[in-house]
Design a protein around this ligand. Structure first.
Ligand code: AMP
Length: 459
């Protein structure tokens, strides 16, 4: 029997209902995707209208296809391949991910996509671009290099996408972005951001003409399919004990991202976990070489690693399906980073669990996050089997306040000038006595020659 809700629920939209063409529909069908996510549904017609768009969506909401689908729908075949779509993203990993998403959508269209990243040889990129491309996915620095050295001409670009604008600006890419804007012709701009920070607002005000806002979930709204909880943990070493305990006691932790804000801490966690669970963990941060990072992510994707320890920035580009848990080894300084971190699990239509380890010092940071989310995260008691470590890191040591001992100084207020009377023996003054006089005093009056006996006066 039909219920009340059945009559009043909006009918579920499918990709067939969007104005997509056969090649794109077939590609979606091959991936098993039938219904657009809310951001895909909302963004599609607005992007198709040709207006500038500001999409507010976290990772995991399907935001990449939200801009790729309408862009590829409006892409037109040209014999001479020239860049029509330019997608700027903040990290190299995200370039790889977006390139792979474009490839997934284009098996039935003759679209050539290439990724452009820094930190690797520029020559293969020059060769790829010179051979002709339709879609370029790039980090801003290397893209600018290719424009400056004359390899890349941007005058054919019709659509500019800037993905993760907030991250792009917090990484300091604004100068590169403005140089790129100067090199571009008039085009449609599509900006996507998880959070709208002041810097994002400023960029939009300075360079974009009232883009239409499309929002999947208001800023700071965690995805509903992520279960969150936290542990109050006294110190770093106890956090390590808790992390080991969770992996030992819970067989469901099969694909786990462990986040920390610091590269040095990431390395320490990795050492400890690798010692306990050999070859089950990987680590990625910006000091690791590009190849090492790709390999670690691939091992993690393939399930060879049970856990991947990562810092915030590099984790941005990781698109790993079915991350079971995100563990925040420390509480991020920025509430937005927390949203990004936990958004790595519970990706579209999958459930995920986010666990945060919070020390006394981190409590105020965590409260800020709860305020942003309008949600109080439930806390779990530390399991009894987790050893509470007494060993503190230097940064955790209480600041020792030395007692200041006051020394009583003699009262000098009534003291006279700083000298005393000389003793008598020291009162003598030096006076120079001529040698002649000294001799006289010693030997008496000298005898004159004339007085000398035996000496006659004249002849
Ligand atoms: P994104 O937010 O773009 O990082 O996408 C998150 C994940 O959702 C990716 O692994 C996509 O392949 C997947 N995805 C995107 N659109 C859909 C959809 N309509 N149905 C199911 N999964 C999707």
């Amino acid at each position: 029997m039909r219920t009340f809700a059945d009559y009043f629920q909006a009918p579920v939209m499918t990709f067939e209902d969007l104005n997509l063409n056969k090649p794109l529909l077939n590609a979606l069908n091959d991936m098993g995707f039938k219904t657009p996510t809310p951001i895909q549904e909302k963004a599609f017609s607005v992007v198709m209208s040709g207006k500038d768009v500001l999409g507010i969506a976290q990772t995991g909401t399907g935001k990449t296809f939200a801009y790729l689908l309408p862009c590829l729908r409006q892409w037109t075949f040209q014999k001479n391949k020239v860049p029509q779509i330019l997608i700027l993203v903040p990290t190299r990993e995200l370039v790889a991910q977006v390139v792979s998403e474009v490839e997934k959508l284009t098996p039935y269209i003759d679209v050539k996509v290439t990724g452009v990243i820094g930190g690797v040889s520029i020559h293969p990129q020059i060769a790829a671009i010179s051979a002709g491309v339709d879609v370029i996915v790039a980090t801003p620095g290397r893209l600018l290099e290719l424009v400056i050295n004359g390899t890349l001409k941007l005058k054919t670009v019709k659509k500019l996408v800037i993905d993760e604008v907030d991250e792009m600006l917090s990484l300091g890419f604004r100068p590169q972005l403005t140089h790129i804007f100067d090199a571009l012709p008039k085009r449609q701009n599509l900006l996507f951001s998880a959070t709208i920070t002041e810097e994002v607002e400023a960029l939009i005000a300075d360079y974009f003409n009232n883009p239409i806002r499309v929002e999947a979930a208001p800023t700071g709204t965690p995805l509903v399919n992520i279960k969150q909880h936290g542990y109050f943990v006294p110190n770093f070493n106890t956090k390590i004990n808790l992390l080991i305990h969770l992996f030992e006691s819970n067989a469901e932790l099969t694909k786990v991202l462990v986040f920390t804000g610091s590269k040095a801490i990431a390395d320490i966690i990795f050492e400890k976990m690798d010692a306990r669970f050999p070859e089950r963990f990987g680590v990625i941060h910006s000091n690791k070489a590009q190849n090492y990072r790709f390999n670690a992510v691939n091992q993690f994707k393939a399930g060879a690693f049970q856990g991947l320890i990562a810092t915030d920035i590099v984790a941005r580009g990781i698109d790993v399906y079915e991350v079971t848990h995100v563990i925040n080894f420390d509480t991020p300084d920025e509430a937005e980073s927390y949203m990004h971190r936990i958004g790595r699990t519970g990706r579209y239509d999958k459930d995920g669990i986010a666990i945060t380890f919070i020390t006394e010092q981190e409590k105020p940071l965590f409260e800020k996050i709860e305020t942003l989310m309008h949600y109080e995260v439930p806390m779990i008691e530390l399991p009894e089997t987790v050893e509470i470590s007494e060993v503190l890191l230097p940064s955790e040591m209480p600041v020792v306040k030395m007692k200041t001992i006051k020394v009583r100084l003699p009262d000098r207020s009534t003291a006279g000038p700083a000298f005393h009377e000389k003793k008598d023996k020291n009162k003598k003054t030096n006076s120079k006595v001529p040698h002649k006089q000294l001799m006289r005093e010693k030997y008496g009056k000298p005898k004159k020659r004339a007085n000398k006996p035996g000496k006659k006066k004249g002849k």
